[in-house]
Write a protein that binds this ligand. Structure first.
Ligand code: GSH
Length: 205
């Protein structure tokens, strides 16, 4: 199994974390950002988006991080990580799509301006809007985590994966955060997982 990507990418973190949770062996091929590769004809033939991550496994080439997580869970996972009940899949799917679609804009605005931008080039309006957007969305996750221990329900599952790397960034950034006890408890339980520490808690750059 091969995964193209860079360790500091939120979307690559998801895929690596899932692979680590499942105990899979894979080769991480550095790509994206300073590594380049993503613009080469060979890479574009695999992933025409020119983005990371990209997976190759047993003849299958797959891009889109959530699709890769679902594939790995279905192919290599077992209960409760990969539940047989379609209703449990649906709960995980909902949080996966929500974390990716709703958080993409606010988290990018917050993270890029704080971490990847020189201080004198920061767009403070975008940064503030991103911080407010992330806080509002995290409060939604906190509410859900008051009702069930995991976003996936009673057990840890794929629904928890996409928010994990975003939460790592959010809890690590030097920003004001609202008090969200259920989310903090969930994040503490993520940090206790060796797979999370290995694949997600890499330097924030
Ligand atoms: N929807 C895609 C988004 C992929 C994406 O935006 N990847 C970013 C890194 S998080 C990327 O490739 N950026 C360009 C680069 O690293 O060169 C997915 O979830 O896989």
């Amino acid at each position: 199994m091969k995964i193209w990507g860079r360790e500091n990418s939120t979307n690559v973190r998801k895929v690596r974390w899932c692979a680590e949770e499942l105990g899979l062996e894979y080769e991480l091929i550095p790509a994206g950002g300073a590594f380049g590769v993503v613009g080469t004809p060979e890479y574009l033939a695999k992933n025409p988006n020119g983005l990371v991550p990209c997976l190759e496994d047993d003849g299958l080439v797959l891009w889109e991080s959530n699709a890769i997580v679902r594939y790995l869970a279905r192919r290599y996972g077992a209960e409760p990580f990969a539940p047989a009940d379609p209703r449990l899949w649906a709960v995980g799917d909902k949080w996966m799509d929500w974390a990716s679609l709703s958080f993409a804009g606010p988290f990018r605005d917050l993270f890029w301006n704080l971490v990847r931008c020189a201080p004198d080039r920061r767009d403070m309006a975008a940064l503030d809007a991103g911080a407010a957007g992330c806080a509002r969305l995290m409060a939604m996750a906190d509410q859900a985590l008051r009702e069930a221990p995991w976003l996936s329900g009673a057990e840890f599952g794929i629904g928890d994966i996409p928010l994990g790397p975003i939460a790592y960034g959010w809890f690590s950034l030097p920003i004001d955060r609202p008090e969200l006890p259920a989310l903090e408890d969930w994040y503490a339980r993520l940090q206790a997982r060796p797979a999370f520490r290995k694949a997600v808690m890499t330097p924030l750059t």
